[in-house]
Design a protein around this ligand. Structure first.
Ligand code: URA
Length: 209
């Protein structure tokens, strides 16, 4: 996979514009995130290895294409990652799930870890780390560091919005981790928010302030 995939599909872009609108309610925001997450998951799993299985249709036998059985682990970067996670799990219900809890120190913008629980044998899995906002890239890069320290070697990163700064940070720290995003925005503001962005993704999906 390329290091960066920008998914420009009209449905993704339309739904994202609705999510950006500050007047969109929490309920609608959450539903849109679920829908977009499935369209992005479609893209990020495009090159999953396939094999065939002998089956019989009502008419005849055939070698039918099926996933090669590579184990999949989804890792949500808390808390906003959970909004992407739910939709993807509907598509791949057998995926194992991990959580990385990092919050951003509002002064330094550096990530601070408060929770880490991931499936075992990460070295045998395709790991998809999810976080809607790739802003400074500090917490994303730190989360990937933690996953690699647990043995993960095949990692992809799925987000909704990416700032150029975050993409550059991830490319420098983890050039082996492909990023899939629905949009690449202009820049970060002085508080580390993506501009034009959509605000705080966690607050918008959970209705907090
Ligand atoms: N996290 C968010 O939720 N929004 C931003 O704009 C940046 C980081």
């Amino acid at each position: 996979m390329d290091h960066l995939t920008h998914v420009k599909h009209p449905l993704v872009q339309h739904k994202l514009s609705l999510m950006r609108d500050k007047d969109t309610s929490t309920a609608v925001f959450r539903q849109l995130l679920r829908e977009i997450s499935q369209l992005l998951a479609y893209e990020i799993t495009r090159e999953l290895p396939m094999t065939t299985r002998r089956i019989e249709t009502p008419l005849q036998a055939m070698d039918a294409p099926v996933l090669a059985g590579r184990k999949l682990a989804l890792v949500s970067i808390l808390r906003a990652g959970n909004g992407l996670l739910d939709g993807i799990l509907e598509l791949v219900p057998s995926a194992r799930v991990g959580f990385v809890g990092l919050y951003r120190d509002e002064e330094t913008l550096e990530p601070v870890q408060y929770y880490f629980k991931v499936p075992d044998q990460l070295d045998e899995r395709l790991v998809i780390a999810v976080d809607p906002m790739l802003a400074t890239g500090n917490s994303s890069a730190a989360a990937i560091d933690l996953l690699k320290a647990r043995g993960a070697t095949d990692i992809r990163f799925l987000c909704l919005l990416a700032a150029p700064e975050g993409i550059a940070r991830m490319k420098a720290a983890h050039p082996d981790v492909p990023i899939v995003t629905a949009a690449i925005d202009e820049r970060l503001n002085d508080k580390g928010y993506i501009v034009p962005g959509l605000g705080d993704a966690g607050d918008r999906m959970f209705g907090t302030k």
